[in-house]
Ligand binder design. Structure first.
Ligand code: PGA
Length: 224
């Protein structure tokens, strides 16, 4: 059975106590077999949240990496640093990162990440942001379609729109024999998660705001 993926991107919404409390609530959650959950706390609490959730099936992942191991990378997050705390996947190229760093190019960081087979979820809002030529099937790569106008605005993309974009990307991927799941992100909430996750072309959702409170996250995890 194909599992649908639900990623909770906590961004910088939660403080330490709130992150720990929500992680403990998630630890007690019974996750349906057809669902895979990943949680992305902010870097400050990543280690702590990972310690809580590592006994569960919930995977704790980073929100970004900036280099492999550069020691002259003030404020950066390295792959070896993440591995060191037991984290082997990260979100990459979120539009909030691209906005802060106008020269961000996924290819550059992917050249450091891919040879390490460090797993990632690459966010894109346009198909031109996907570097198809450097993707592969050697380890688990995930893509996430995140239209900027839908992020944090309460304006979710219609399923017709999501299917159109996912269909386009999937057809490019299949030409290259790439088997890569595509998530949708942008104002996913308990009211729309069932419809979005039920789409055949949607392999999961990347949830921001609604993943930061237990009630909403619980409903999304159990919506199918
Ligand atoms: P949102 O954020 O669910 O709050 O719109 C999604 C995201 O930025 O990943």
């Amino acid at each position: 059975m194909e599992q649908k993926i639900i990623v909770g991107n906590w961004k910088n919404y939660l403080n330490k106590d709130e992150s720990v409390k929500l992680a403990k609530e998630i630890l007690d959650e019974k996750i349906p077999d057809k669902i895979r959950v990943m949680i992305s706390p902010n870097n400050l609490y990543l280690n702590q949240v990972n310690d809580i959730l590592k006994q569960s099936s919930v995977e704790v992942i980073g929100q970004n990496v900036t280099s492999y191991k550069s020691s002259s990378d003030t404020g950066g997050v390295t792959i070896i640093g993440l591995k060191d705390i037991g984290v082997d996947r990260t979100i990459l190229g979120h539009s909030e990162v691209r906005k802060r760093n106008k020269s961000f190019k996924s290819e550059e960081i992917l050249k450091e990440v891919i040879p390490e087979e460090f797993k990632f979820i690459l966010c894109f809002e346009g198909i031109e942001q996907i570097p198809f030529n450097i993707l592969n099937n050697d380890f688990e790569i995930i893509l996430a379609y995140e239209p900027v106008w839908a992020i944090g605005t309460g304006e979710t993309a219609s399923v017709e729109h999501i299917n159109e974009v996912h269909g386009m990307v999937k057809s490019e991927l299949s030409k290259l024999n790439l088997d890569i799941p595509i998530l949708y992100g942008g104002s996913v909430n308990p009211d729309n998660s069932n419809e979005i996750l039920s789409q055949e072309l949607v392999d999961g959702v990347l949830v921001g705001g609604a993943s930061t409170n237990y009630d909403d996250l619980h409903k999304i995890i159990n919506c199918l």
